[in-house]
Ligand binder design. Structure first.
Ligand code: FMN
Length: 338
């Protein structure tokens, strides 16, 4: 089963070694807090959505707002992206001033807008430039620096082992590897054998990422790769209880399946957390997305999701889902495929 051994990023202990993966437009403060609350004690580290170094260094308000985190969120990592070395150093210093525990550099984003400006996965094609960047940022920071990257640009240029070794030599304290190439985007399945090759090649902790959607998948991916930890992205969007389920499986316990009432309560809580951060327009859009992803697997859930997708306000949405509360226990079914 998943290693019970905490992992260390420098002197920081990540226990259990389960990481909420960075997701743009998703892992804002509200979502990160919700996941920690749904999986109490089972999320070792949360990572922010990626933040532009251009935005941070040009004092863009939206980018600076994305730096916010709650005191309960420690340990927390903030991820930044971009291609210019001086700007990366300046942005890393801004991030460090927030009191964050870890600074992470994105080296995996496949989006053309990011790649064309030399950031994200483009850095995998400019390894010497990346090395200079990592060394310069490392000199600036007193908190640990980590790097998240894909296995390579494409099938013909897989270089995750080389990048991990270079990063370790440059003073990076942990690497997170998404087992797909840039060209693959999110297609196919993540290659956990390549993540295993990275693990064999470096002494710093290696966290694997890609397709961990259940405790069984966590077990299998760990067995293939021998990674020190797991990062969970899309699995947490559908099931913010997943970290708790994995941690329970490690401990040999069975984890109670989330009930319909539990999922509705989580939506109410998410709304309150979103309200602290955003105007209603943003809150209702994010809440709708979450409701459509989490309300699955019980009688009538397809119709409910359909109705939810048509709502235009958070109040309407919560009123509609309230009609499904207190279903008889037989219908409060376990999380099964919708
Ligand atoms: C909507 C979405 C946004 C993402 N944004 C980021 C990001 O900002 N930074 C990053 O390093 N990876 C990002 N990723 C990649 C995830 O961190 C993760 O590596 C990938 O989704 C594979 O893991 P999963 O199968 O658990 O989702 C994103 C993925 C998704 C689905």
């Amino acid at each position: 089963m998943v290693s019970e051994k905490p992992l260390s990023i420098g002197s920081l202990r990540i226990d259990p070694p389960l990481v909420l993966a960075p997701m743009s437009g998703v892992t804002d403060m509200a979502f990160r807090r919700l996941v920690r609350e749904c999986s109490p004690g089972a999320v070792g580290l949360v990572v922010s959505e990626f933040i532009s170094i251009e935005g941070l260094t040009r004092n863009d308000l939206r980018s600076h707002r994305m730096l916010r985190f709650h005191p309960d969120e420690h340990p927390i990592s903030i991820q930044i992206f971009g291609g210019e070395i001086d700007r990366m150093v300046e942005a890393a210093a801004i991030v460090q001033q927030t009191g964050v525990d870890v600074v992470d550099i994105n080296c995996g984003c496949p989006v053309p807008k990011v790649v064309k400006r030399g950031g994200g996965a483009e850095l995998l094609r400019r390894v010497q430039h990346l090395e200079r960047m990592l060394r310069a940022v490392r000199r600036e920071l007193s908190v640990p620096l980590t790097l998240k990257f894909r296995t390579g640009w494409d099938e013909e240029s897989i270089n995750c082992v080389e990048v991990a070794q270079m990063a370790e030599a440059a003073g990076v304290a942990m690497v997170m590897v998404h087992g797909r190439t840039r060209v693959q985007l999110y297609t196919g399945s993540a290659d956990w054998e390549l993540i295993g090759a990275v693990k064999q090649a470096v002494g710093i902790p290696v966290v694997g990422s890609g397709d961990v959607t259940s405790a069984a998948a966590a077990h299998e991916r760990l067995a293939i790769s021998g990674a020190d930890g797991l990062a969970i992205g899309r699995g947490a969007m559908e099931n913010p209880w997943l970290f708790g389920e994995i941690a329970a499986a490690v401990a040999g316990d069975t984890h109670p399946a989330s009930t319909v009432d539990g999922r509705i309560a989580a939506l109410r809580r998410y709304r309150a957390l979103l309200d602290e951060q955003y105007p209603e327009k943003v809150t209702s859009a994010r809440l709708r997305g979450m409701a459509c992803r989490t309300l699955k697997g019980f009688p009538g859930s397809a119709a409910l999701r359909e109705a939810v997708s048509r709502t235009r306000s958070s109040d309407d949405l919560l009123a509609i889902v309230a009609g499904f509360e207190a279903l008889p226990p037989a219908q409060q079914s376990a999380r099964t495929a919708a």
